[in-house]
Design a protein around this ligand. Structure first.
Ligand code: NAI
Ligand code: MG
Length: 349
């Protein structure tokens, strides 16, 4: 039996999580796995009531679980830096979820806006606990006017090495033959030069092919020749941007899952769609729940059930191929709930 902490969060996070929970319940009924979940109402509503995003002992509570399933957070009544820095970032950092895994896979039944004939199927690994997303820095004022701002990027040998080693192991285990390193060491000399050096030291004695591509050119290749990639590794900021771009070429944010992984399994890992709370469509019942459901699949893989991961992703593909019950973002006119219900029928017909 596995214990799951479920945090639906805000906006469409709540709507898509309802469908993911339907999937978890039916898996509990039909499979030899038990996912015993508890729902936590933490997030912006909680903040407006209690002045914080989660209880003071929130991390200690979460630590008792085998995995965290997260929806999305973000609310116009709470500053975005509060929702991010008081909730998502501490979970990622304190639980040493230093690997952010984001598959970029064009499923059958989705037409890429690129209209390529080739397959798009690669994985982005984003460094998830240091790098550009640091709160080290500050402002200089003249009177009460901001005149200068500094925000430091922090890279450590350990941080870069542990991600690189995970990427290497993953690539081999999944029979990939090439890894692409996203960098900008020509312009960001200290930090990215160091990043390249540590990455390259680790790849030096490997059979895997390795290439280094500057982030600006890489962004263009994602659009022009995405079929050439297998595994892409990137720093926190570069990986964040690349994975939204990656999602756009395979059906959009409604089709993009992610895992925040603590490979040592010392702490729970967290699975969530790449998208946020989508205030523009929240409450309309039309959010695409497939990224959240696919995130459940990634969680099952992490819990040792690759067979169930594959089963869920296959059922998503079957639903897409039927091309009947899909949300507007991928060309349909169904509701979030319709898609959830239709998905269950594909999963166990
Ligand atoms: P967003 O991802 O919420 O929305 C971007 C666009 O994608 C919108 O047009 C939205 O309608 C669409 N979209 C997102 N999810 C969708 C789904 N499931 N189905 C169909 N369409 C979908 O990003 P945005 O607008 O930049 O941020 C909104 C809020 O979410 C902000 O408060 C932001 O801080 C927060 N956010 C939270 C994240 C998280 O919880 N991990 C990640 C990204 C943003
Ligand atoms: Mg992002």
């Amino acid at each position: 039996m596995y214990k799951l902490a479920v945090i639906p969060g805000d906006g469409v996070g709540k709507e898509v999580m309802e469908e993911a929970l339907k999937v978890i319940r039916v898996i509990n009924d039909r499979e030899s796995i038990t996912l015993d979940y508890e729902i936590f109402d933490w997030g912006s509503e909680y903040y407006l009531k209690y002045g914080r995003m989660m209880p003071d002992n929130g991390q200690a509570i979460l630590q008792e679980y085998d995995a965290i399933l997260f929806g999305a957070i973000g609310d116009s009544r709470v500053p975005d830096e509060v929702t991010i820095w008081e909730f998502i970032m501490p979970i990622r950092k304190n639980f040493k979820q230093y690997v952010n895994l984001r598959p970029v896979k064009l499923l059958k039944g989705i037409e890429s806006p690129l209209r390529l004939s080739e397959e798009i199927d690669f994985v982005i690994f984003r460094e998830n606990t240091e790098g550009e997303y640091s709160d080290v820095g500050g402002l200089m004022f003249q009177g009460d006017q901001r005149e200068l701002a500094v925000q430091n990027t922090i890279m450590t040998r350990q941080g870069i090495a542990q991600l690189t080693e995970y990427v290497m192991k993953y690539a081999k285990a999944h029979h990939y033959t090439k890894v692409t390193n996203a960098t900008k060491s020509n312009a960001i000399t200290h930090v990215m030069g160091f990043w390249d050096q540590v990455v390259e030291e680790i790849f030096a004695n490997e059979v895997l092919a390795y290439e280094k591509i500057y982030i600006d050119a890489l962004a263009a290749y994602f659009v022009e020749r995405p079929e050439r990639f297998q595994v892409v590794m990137a720093s926190n900021l570069f990986g964040d941007i690349l994975s939204d771009l990656g999602s756009a070429i395979v059906g959009g944010l409604g089709m993009a899952p992610s895992g925040n992984i603590n490979p040592e399994k010392e702490f729970p890992s967290m699975f969530e769609p790449v998208h946020g709370s989508a205030p523009d469509i929240a409450g309309k019942g039309i959010a695409n729940p497939l990224a959240q459901i696919w995130s459940v699949a990634l969680m099952l893989d992490h819990l040792g059930r690759k067979d169930l991961h594959d089963h869920v992703v296959f059922a998503i593909e079957q639903l897409l191929l039927e091309n009947k019950t899909l949300t507007p973002d991928i060309g349909g006119n169904a509701t979030t709930k319709d898609v959830g219900n239709a998905f269950i029928k594909k999963l166990y017909r």
